[in-house]
Design a protein. Structure first.
Length: 304
């Protein structure tokens, strides 16, 4: 079954003094929509933690000073967000191309002032989780999880797969039990294989959402096996009966939107719709990354 998006707003806004905005992750606190993400430039891979707010998803958006956290790392970006019981929880990577990375955890009562807590996930040197990044919180069956990308050592082009941890305390404060890999390259037929002669990248930017029928939707980013480099990145959906899989991909979901590429995204269920917030770069944005919004009928996703 082919999914059809029913509306599209692109770009959501043009940020001031930033070449690129990536990794959108919106949350609603009951009064304001907060958009968090990565702001900076792909030219030098220099990023800050982007923050903007609006009273309505239609805008206008107000940009705020980047979120500052007292953490170190060369890849502090791609925050995964959730708002629960009056508290914002941010899970953020510190590296994605180097060993020694962590997924840090910070909390806020207002989305502006943050307190750093203990790291949620530490990389495991010389293992399949030598590098960890792109964390995103999820509640499935009442249990709290973090889904993230992990990869072995960086002797070649990074080849991340999707991994999962579960909170053993029932809170966002952990501790976190590693459940291992839940989606591998080989399980995504429209993703470039590890032995592809022009391999580009692995699976990343995963998010998990519980569907009304109890199944689990994974929203993630793949790289197509054909096409020029810089044009293959795509948002795709996959569905499983259980949170740890196996997942069945229902394919890229925005291919028919426009030329260019799209990727790292966040979905949320709103009534009868599944709303997708994604990053994309196309000719009309001068190939700079911007945020877009698309919505799907939830019934179409469930039936796919």
């Amino acid at each position: 079954m082919t999914l059809h998006f029913t509306q599209n707003v692109f770009p959501m806004f043009n940020p001031a003094d930033l070449d690129d905005v990536k990794d959108p992750c919106p949350v609603f606190d009951g009064h304001l929509w907060h958009m968090f993400g990565s702001g900076g430039t792909v030219t030098t891979e220099t990023w800050t933690l982007f923050h903007a707010t609006t009273a309505s998803l239609d805008g206008p958006w107000i940009e705020h000073a980047p979120v500052t956290l007292s953490i170190s790392g060369s890849g502090i970006a791609a925050p995964g967000m959730i708002y629960e019981e009056g508290v914002f929880h941010m899970f953020v990577q510190t590296e994605f191309m180097k060993s020694g990375g962590r997924v840090e955890h910070a909390v806020s009562n207002n989305g502006f002032d943050w307190v750093l807590l203990q790291p949620a996930i530490l990389s495991i040197p010389e293992s399949a989780e030598h590098g960890v990044y792109d964390p995103h919180p999820a509640v499935i069956g009442g249990i709290k999880y973090l889904v993230y990308s992990a990869m072995p050592n960086f002797t070649s082009v990074p080849q991340p797969d999707v991994y999962l941890v579960r909170s053993t305390s029932g809170t966002w404060f952990g501790p976190w039990e590693r459940l291992g890999k839940i989606l591998d390259h080989a399980e995504v037929p429209h993703h470039n294989s590890r032995d592809h002669p022009d391999y580009e990248w692995g699976i990343e930017g995963a998010q998990l959402v519980e569907l009304p029928d109890g199944r689990v939707l994974m929203n993630a980013t793949c790289f197509l096996p054909t096409g020029e480099r810089g044009s293959r990145q795509r948002v795709f959906f996959a569905i499983a009966d259980k949170v740890d899989g196996p997942y069945r991909s229902i394919g890229p979901v925005l291919d028919q939107l426009r030329s260019g590429e799209n990727g790292h995204s966040t979905v949320m269920i709103a009534g009868h719709q599944l709303i997708l917030f994604y990053q994309s770069r196309v000719e009309t944005t001068k190939n700079r990354w911007r945020f877009g919004v698309a919505s799907f009928l939830l019934s179409d996703v469930i039936a796919a």
